[in-house]
Design a protein. Sequence first.
Length: 185
Amino acid sequence: MPTVLPTVSEDTTANLAPSPPAAAAAAPERMAPAVADTAPGDVTPASPSTPSPFQSGSIRAASFQPAPLPAEWVHSGNPAARSLPLTRSADGHLSSGLWDCQAGSFTYIFPCDEIVHILEGDVIVDAQGGQRHLRAGDVAFFPQGLETRWTVRHCVKKLAIFHTVTRPLHVRIAGRLLRWLGIRR
């Protein structure tokens, strides 16, 4: 059963700092497999003219990219983080990726809902007075806007599933119109 950490109020989510993690950041609407080479028994990806009904990614021989944390979030150590985007839905609301980090302590504010599966290592996560020690094999859910403090003792690697929901276009337009008219801030 996943570890569920407490949520934060809507007031706390208004001033979130960074954009989604590199794994959830810009990616093409239809993402090709993360690694082009295939192992025996793997299915060869569909050609660009024949879109596949599903996506796949691979951690074999994968090239992680640096995903530095904002300097003001680092409390101690040198938590060098890296990420690797794996998949993304056509509408961009659901994506997955790998992330790893070296020893250190840092703040992290979740820019979207995230489910993590710890693959290697461990991390101690503090949030709103609660603390969880997540180890390889553990799964946890972090809601958008949750401010946490991560303490990585050696290193940690996680598979992350990101869920982002934006307000429908008509709701965003109505909000801008109301602000423009001075009816709402």
